[in-house]
Design a protein around this ligand. Structure first.
Ligand code: GLN
Length: 192
């Protein structure tokens, strides 16, 4: 199994480190020729969605990556990566890939709670550590979206078909469980 990690900006190295711990091969996607390689899954890391959106368009990666996601490659978007996937961003006309039918609220926790750590239940996995950094939450979901985790009454992880959207940074915690979940999604088993 090989996973491509979008490496234009943000916390991509931390995802690579987590995959290395799980003995999963990965490579960085930076330019169009990288997209043509053979791989089984895709990770969109956290960072700054406006910057990533701009770099995606400038680099020519936007359309081929969107095509890949629409062609059902398993994809995990964390934090800004979730924002890239969302079909709607609250109080904004901007949409990036727009393939995940949810509305996200950016920087949803305000300045005071911009960054925080908690431990909470993740469906099918159990309690996992969660690191939030200027995180979004998911304000609403459309039909067919499975809610995987809720923290303080806000949806923070969902699954829709080939897409896994997570509002926090699993790659910045010691737990490998969410990446393992994604790997099982790629294998098409869903077993943890
Ligand atoms: N606040 C960032 C955004 O809106 C997301 C933060 C993150 O990825 N840690 O894109």
């Amino acid at each position: 199994m090989v996973i491509g990690v979008l490496a234009l900006q943000g916390a991509f190295i931390e995802h690579e480190n987590t995959l290395n711990k799980l003995d999963i091969d990965c490579f960085e996607i930076r330019k169009c020729s990288d997209i043509e390689r053979d791989y089984d899954g895709l990770i969109l890391p956290g960072g700054e969605s406006t910057v990533m959106g701009k770099l995606l368009r400038e680099s020519g990666l936007f359309k081929p990556l969107k095509d890949k996601i629409q062609a059902c490659i398993p994809v995990m978007g964390t934090c800004a990566g979730l924002i890239l996937l969302a079909s709607e961003i609250a109080d904004s006309d901007t949409v990036h890939f727009g393939t995940l039918p949810v509305t996200v609220k950016r920087n949803a926790y305000g300045r005071q709670l911009g960054s925080f750590y908690t431990e909470s239940n993740f469906d099918d996995i159990g309690v996992v550590p969660m690191k939030f950094i200027r995180a979004p939450y998911i304000q609403s979901v459309k039909d067919g979206v499975k809610i995987l985790a809720v923290v303080e009454n806000h949806i923070i992880a969902v699954r829709y078909q080939n897409q896994l959207g997570i509002a926090y940074h699993p790659e910045l915690t010691d737990s490998l469980a969410v990446h393992r979940y994604f790997i099982n999604m790629i294998k098409g088993t869903d077993e943890i």
